[in-house]
Design a protein around this ligand. Structure first.
Ligand code: GCB
Length: 586
């Protein structure tokens, strides 16, 4: 799905700002004095815990005026994200409904609005997670009748309109979709889909706006002479401008930025443009005080500055697709991205491990079955549709810590891997493996291209004993490397750390321990030939749900929630700045 842009043939009105907000409501005028910021999660905006802990629908409403010059154009409403389900109304009319909290959707509302006139726009947003949503969760009702939401991931279930909302104009016949696939010799294969059969021309512009190639037709290949590659740390972007023509008249024009680069897994190497690439960086979250998961360009800039400062060349969009602004920023600045779906928590053993409840099988008709898998498939379709042209995205991660060791895992995942490969034959596919999944009981790793391993030896296991942790970790990782013969990377390793807490001993929660813990991990990584990268958990401290395992959130950040470095940040900086994108010599 194309990002809304203003072009010579399209206009764009941002609907960000303050919207009327209420827990009770519907498409009719809201009876409320509350206002909520868009984009922002609503949870932390208000002091009323009934709002923060609300389970179900909430309502956002505002007046919108259609620009008077839009007569004769298609008018489209676009919601960048409604977490986790959205319903859009123009006046009393339902114009769009969407499930999935981190991918965009839109509605053509031309028949319901008039140029120059106002309409009442209402968006209902539902935050419920069930065994058929991605991510999954459970709703229970307390003795006094309150509905409570629990889920199988630690980060807080922020909800609402956390990304922008747009009113867009589009010509009657317009470009609907563009796919770009590149080769290092400058060959650009393209496919353009239009809203109706039409004459199409494509033009490739370089970063100065100079036309460097052109072709006619909805599908084809063109060639950029003396092509400049998109490289990690040295981005270069072209625009593929797709034009719908009526004779010589351009009726629609849409520029899709792209980079020329290749990605390939060969043996135990991860290659970008044919060269081995070693990932350094983080699993992250979209998470800031007050805004929750609300997209914020100031944090966007600052977080990328900090990643640059520390020498990180990459990150994973743990545990859901991030705002498109983030992906475009990564494209422009040469940061490499592992792009993850919101399928976090498909694992009932993790929950029972923490609660002592008897484990239930994760994959079964009564737990995660056909309907869950269909929701998961849809999450993959929408992720690939949105992000397929980003040069920064070098791999899809279709799930975080699923029960890949349990019966039914293979039957569940095989069709999803096939689907991902069919949707995008050009990028490797991975999942992040949970501690309980080992090289001898995992049932799905052979289906994937890269082994992404999450491990917390020295934290959840062998707590405070880094010597034992080092032995366990090495044994574990070597097992995976030897059995599968694929590239292997650490997709999570980390230790909760209270800034300002110090000790001369190996004391968990201290700044020294976080640093020693990371160094222990690095010693092991550097001894393993097939290792292709390290993503520390987490870039910054982040908010979690209530629970005795967290004190005001997860503190495994290398930066605090307000982005100040802990001591480990300086040690990582020394290592990563000296590595660049090269594999360490063990
Ligand atoms: C994990 C999860 C991540 C958690 C982390 C932790 O394995 O993938 O979402 O936040 O552990 O800190 O426990």
């Amino acid at each position: 799905m194309l990002k809304p842009r203003s072009t010579a043939t399209r206009e764009l009105v941002s609907l960000d700002g303050l919207w009327r907000f209420a827990l009770d409501g519907g498409p009719g005028p809201l009876d409320t004095t509350l206002e909520a910021a868009v984009p922002a999660s609503y949870n932390d905006l208000f002091t009323d815990s009934a709002i923060r802990d609300h389970v179900g629908w909430v309502w956002y409403q505002r007046q919108v005026r259609v620009p008077r010059g839009w007569a004769g154009e298609r008018v489209v409403l676009r919601v960048d994200a409604a977490t986790h389900q959205g319903r859009v109304y123009v006046g009393d009319i339902l114009v769009a409904e969407h499930v999935g909290g981190y991918t965009p959707f839109e509605a053509d509302v031309t028949e319901h609005v008039r140029a120059g006139q106002e309409f009442r726009l209402t968006i209902g947003v539902n935050n419920e997670l069930t065994d058929t949503t991605i991510p999954p969760g459970t709703i229970t009702v307390t003795a006094d009748g309150r509905r409570r939401q629990t889920y199988l991931h630690d980060f807080y279930n922020y909800a609402g309109l956390a990304r922008s909302v747009w009113l867009c104009s589009r010509p009657a016949v317009h470009v609907e979709d563009i796919t770009v696939v590149t080769a290092m010799d400058g060959t650009v294969e393209y496919a353009v889909r239009t809203s109706a059969p039409a004459q199409v021309r494509v033009r490739v512009l370089d970063a100065t706006g100079t036309q460097v190639a052109t072709a006619d037709g909805t599908n084809g290949a063109l060639r950029i002479e003396d092509v400049r590659l998109w490289r990690p740390g040295a981005a270069y972007l072209y625009d593929l401008v797709a034009e719908v023509l009526d004779g010589e008249r351009v009726v629609d024009s849409y520029p899709e930025p792209f980079g020329v680069r290749t990605v390939e897994v060969r043996g135990t190497r991860f290659l970008i443009n044919g060269e081995p690439f070693y990932f350094t960086g983080f699993g992250r979250h979209e998470d800031t005080p007050v805004r929750g998961k609300g997209h914020d360009n100031a944090y966007l800039v600052h977080d990328f500055q900090l990643m640059d400062w520390i020498g990180a060349n990459s990150f994973r969009t743990s545990h859901y697709p991030y705002a498109e602004e983030v992906m475009e920023f990564a494209d422009r600045h040469g940061i490499v991205v592992i792009d993850e779906t919101a399928a976090v928590g498909l694992n009932l053993a993790v929950a029972s491990g923490l609660t002592g409840a008897p484990p239930r099988p994760t994959f079964s008709p009564d737990t995660f079955g056909e309907a869950t898998r269909e929701a998961h498939a849809q999450a993959i379709r929408e992720l690939v549709a949105r992000d397929k042209n980003h040069p920064s995205v070098v791999m899809w991660c279709i799930a975080n810590e699923p029960a890949s060791n349990e019966e039914g895992a293979r039957e569940y995942f095989e069709p999803l891997v096939e689907l991902t490969r069919k949707l995008d034959p050009t990028r490797p596919v991975s999942y992040a493996a949970v501690l309980f999944a080992t090289h001898d009981n995992d049932r799905i790793a052979d289906l994937f291209d890269v082994l992404c391993i999450n491990r917390y030896y020295g934290w959840y296991v062998a707590t405070g004993d880094l010597a034992t942790a080092e032995t366990y970790l090495e044994h574990d990782l070597r097992g995976w490397a030897d059995r599968f013969g694929k590239p292997i990377m650490m997709s999570e390793y980390g230790a909760d750390t209270m800034p300002g807490l110090h000790s001369v001993w190996d004391t968990p929660w201290t700044e020294e321990y976080q640093q020693a813990y990371l160094e222990m991990n690095h010693r092991v990584f550097d001894r393993i030939e097939a290792f292709v990268g390290e993503h520390v958990w987490n870039f910054a401290d982040f908010q979690t749900s209530h629970g005795i395992h967290r004190v005001d959130g997860n503190k495994k950040g290398v930066f605090t929630r307000d982005r100040r470095p802990k001591a480990a940040a300086h040690a990582l900086r020394a290592r990563w700045r000296s590595l660049g994108s090269r594999k360490p010599q063990g």
